[in-house]
Design a protein around this ligand. Sequence first.
Ligand code: FE2
Length: 457
Amino acid sequence: MMSADQNGLITKVGPKTPGGALMRHYWQPAALVDELEGDRKVVPVRLLSEDLVLFVSGQDENGAKTYGLLRRDCPHRGADLAYGRVEQGGLRCAFHGWKFDADGNCLDTPAEPIGSRLCANIKQPAYKAVAKSGIIWAWMGQGDAPEFPELDCFAAPDTHVFAFKGLWECNWLQALEVGIDPAHASFLHRFFHDEDTKDAYGKQFRAASAGSDLPMTMVLREYDRPIINVENTEYGLRLIALREIDEERTHVRVTNQVFPHGFAIPLSTEMTITQWHVPVDDNNCYWYAIFVSYTKPVEKEKMRAQRMAMHEGPMYRSRRNKSNEYGFDPREQEEETYTGMGFDINVHDQWAVESLGATQDRTREHLGTSDKGIIAYRRMLREQIKRVQEGETPMMVFDKRTRKSVQGPATMDGIGPTRGWELFWMEVDVRRRRNAPWDVPVPADIAEGTAHIVIQD
Ligand SMILES: [Fe+2]
């Protein structure tokens, strides 16, 4: 249990908070590239409790779009720049035509007398924004922006990544914590019948587990007390969940917390998901996911259509949500699923994290052994907040020299030997990287089979 102050320290992200200071050391997902591909050239963005507008500011030398990210209220009299006119080289306020470039310089105040010098004294707060792997990222910190680490989702070619997002109406930390909780899948995502529907959207636990013909739904349902190993790594945490089936076979699932607010998990033998839980403000967050394929190119149109069918634009709010009880059906809960909320595991997770309240009251919680990933993460988060308070650079901030110091991370889900799983999972991950059609970085300790594993319990 923790005090209300301790809970506030690790959940609040506004500009003047210690947690907000930590978050401003990292690139933050601000929008999907898709959002600025159509007719719309400017979108409002609320990020880390700041109201901003993101717009297409021009093209670089390769013809790729460049972006500007400005404070949302016009510095003239406060009109909403999200309804501004995007022009060559800047964004013009729809109220009196004041124009700003991507750096926040005021270029024009057309209602002022000819020769007016008013512009020279006006500067709109501006942040850097760049597109990478289907997401437009914002740098809201002080000084030079850091480099992106060599994670698979950034190393992969555009043909092999797909990005999507969704709004969850709760604090970012509880959204992240469901992703570092390997035990919940045996309950929250339990299906009472096993059938092979492995290509269907949202049903990733319905496929057979790699290396066997046991349906994953059966493994999760019948082996519901996983042994969870948690290890501190350079990028965050590695979690290895073991479900021992018998003396020969153990189900192994390797997932990762990617600091500060991401995780990297296996989706199938061919794909992983790297997902960030990005604070909109203290009581709302977006999950931003990059799907990475290690085999064939991703079918972007199909993946987008499947997900858009479950979400409403322009907010990317889930069609199943609190207002319609997430589609809860008591008969289904009796006969088909643990939640009665359909077969899309994203909806289950959304209910779980939103039902904790806008910001979970952690003064009332009681953590158990299955929560050890969460306990380890909160410790790491507090340490990194403290580093920033002491004027030091937190973990996962890279420059050109250090950006290759973090790779992968390794993920896998499969049935391996009960004695020897420690090497087995690394071999599975390395084989996938070596066989991939693009140049996938192989983390050195995984390639050598020397990644450290902490066995607890
Ligand atoms: Fe889940």
